[in-house]
Design a binder for this molecule. Structure first.
Ligand code: 2HG
Ligand code: ZN
Length: 463
């Protein structure tokens, strides 16, 4: 824990009342959505300006105090967990949209702007911020950039990285850098902006971000299609992709649907139950486009890839169909799931999923496995539910074995041990399954340049 005199010094760097040390705040701001690491920060500090962030970083360097960035704390890799007496730097009071440029279609955001706030702002301007996921109502832009957040529209719009036009950062050394200055074209050497995207706060703090906006999508329409087995999902993807641009292509299993329907507040997509479901979305710009989608659906039925299906006819139906996929994570949270977030190239998905599924079901036939994810991106979320009669410790000990087998399979397929949730603390011991020793050495060398005293979110990504 940090000496009181140092905390007194920290208090002089921000506005009165903006350093908290009460147990409730330490508990709240010391953790993210992962539940494995008990939070134990020394204090929470809330800067309001770039200068205050810079002063905090200089103070931390002078006294070698570890800092942990904190946004909406919706992360699933413990990248924003302070478990070792660190000072948490929370961006709740740097939550303003500072500027908008309709010609460049850019918005300047402070890091604490909530994702949904940016989405709504864009809508108000007749435009669209396309990065979207279930936690958009709480996650913050700074955290999205720090983790290169993905979500449900990646197949069409890419990850957060694609939407960052420029960044202002405070490096671990305390320097303020303006990266890329919002340019579309800029061929002047290393693009340091991209190092900060997905760095999980290990190089410095994002203190301002210019985000790009897009034209609004036209009459978004979703289909949920029931398939007889997993192997039928990919031909469905290809059949639709040959005919139209999809804005999403997701999947979930019937076990997942079971859990959702048990809530009683989400309608079933159709009466027939099938082992898997694909959820796809497209812009029904014209009637012909919608007819094309229906014809493709019929083709998939003829081929035996699809058993039943539904197409949204209204905004409400669109929203309800999306809930079948988007509400899954929250719905299964009470079952203390073991979670994993994996990716391979799209062509490898069927063989990869079959291998992983076999590993889990052969070794732990009693465990309930819930599959869902952004399958059009090659991104699968593996969730295993804790059997009621098993203690949490025994369950997670057994899952540690699963981890090793799963990651060995990921390595064999040249996949990623984290598609979109990040490394943080939960995956740092497994990084070598996705990155070579040489690559990790270069990553550590880069960190040392930006953060020579190792004060920026230490212990995240690697030890
Ligand atoms: C999603 O796609 C989120 O719903 C959470 O990335 C995934 O809970 C999960 O495993
Ligand atoms: Zn996801």
């Amino acid at each position: 824990m940090i000496q009181q005199t140092l905390l007194d010094e920290l208090m002089t760097l921000v506005e009165p009342g903006k350093v908290l040390t009460d147990p409730a705040s330490l508990e709240t701001y010391g953790r993210d959505w992962t539940k494995h690491y008990p939070p134990a920060p020394s204090a929470i500090v809330f800067p309001k300006t770039v200068e205050q962030v810079q002063a905090i970083v200089r103070w931390a360097n002078a006294h070698t105090i570890a800092l942990v960035p904190s946004g909406g704390r919706t992360g699933l890799s413990a990248a924003a967990v302070a478990a070792n007496g660190e000072v948490v730097v929370a961006f709740d009071y740097m939550n303003q949209i500072l500027d908008f440029n309709g010609t460049d279609r850019t918005v300047v955001c402070q890091p604490g702007v909530i994702t949904e706030q940016l989405q709504n702002f864009a809508e108000g301007k007749g435009l669209y911020y396309p990065v979207d996921f279930a936690s958009a109502g709480s996650s913050q832009i700074g955290g999205n950039i720090g983790t290169n957040a993905g979500g449900i529209k990646v197949i069409r719009y890419g990850m957060t990285r694609n939407w960052v036009a420029g960044l202002k950062v405070v490096t671990g050394k305390g320097d303020v850098l303006e990266l890329n200055k919002d340019l579309l074209k800029n061929a002047t050497g290393y693009d340091l902006r991209h190092l900060f995207i997905g760095a999980e706060g290990t190089l410095g703090f994002i203190v301002e971000a210019t985000m790009r906006l897009e034209r609004q999508p036209n009459n978004l329409t979703a289909m949920v299609l029931g398939t007889p087995d997993f192997n039928s999902i990919m031909p469905v993807l290809h059949a639709f992709q040959n005919k139209m641009d999809l804005t999403a292509f997701e999947f979930f299993s019937d076990q997942g649907l079971d859990k959702l329907l048990a809530r009683g507040d989400i309608p079933a997509p159709f009466e027939t139950r099938t082992p898997f479901y694909a959820l796809l979305e497209f812009e029904a710009t014209t009637e012909t486009r919608a007819e094309q989608a229906l014809a493709t659906f019929e083709h998939c039925v003829e081929q035996g890839w699809v058993i039943d299906g539904v197409m949204s006819q209204s905004e409400t139906q669109l929203r309800n169909l999306w809930r079948l996929r988007e509400d899954l994570s929250e719905t299964i949270a009470p079952f203390t799931p073991y979670k994993n977030d994996l990716s391979v190239t799209v062509s490898k998905v069927p063989a990869f999923l079959a291998d992983i599924d076999a590993i889990v079901t052969t070794n732990y036939p009693d465990f309930e496995v819930i599959w869902y994810g952004h399958i059009g991106d090659g991104n699968l979320h593996l969730n295993i539910l804790k059997p009621e009669n098993l203690s949490k410790d025994t369950f997670f000990a057994k899952c540690a074995n699963v981890n090793k087998w799963v990651f060995e399979t990921v390595e064999r397929y040249n996949g990623s041990i984290s598609a979109e949730h990040g490394v943080g603390m939960t995956k740092r011991d497994y990084l070598t399954y996705s990155r070579s020793e040489a690559e990790i050495a270069y990553m550590k060398a880069i960190k040392a340049v930006f953060d020579p005293n190792g004060i920026m979110n230490p212990g995240k990504i690697f030890h």
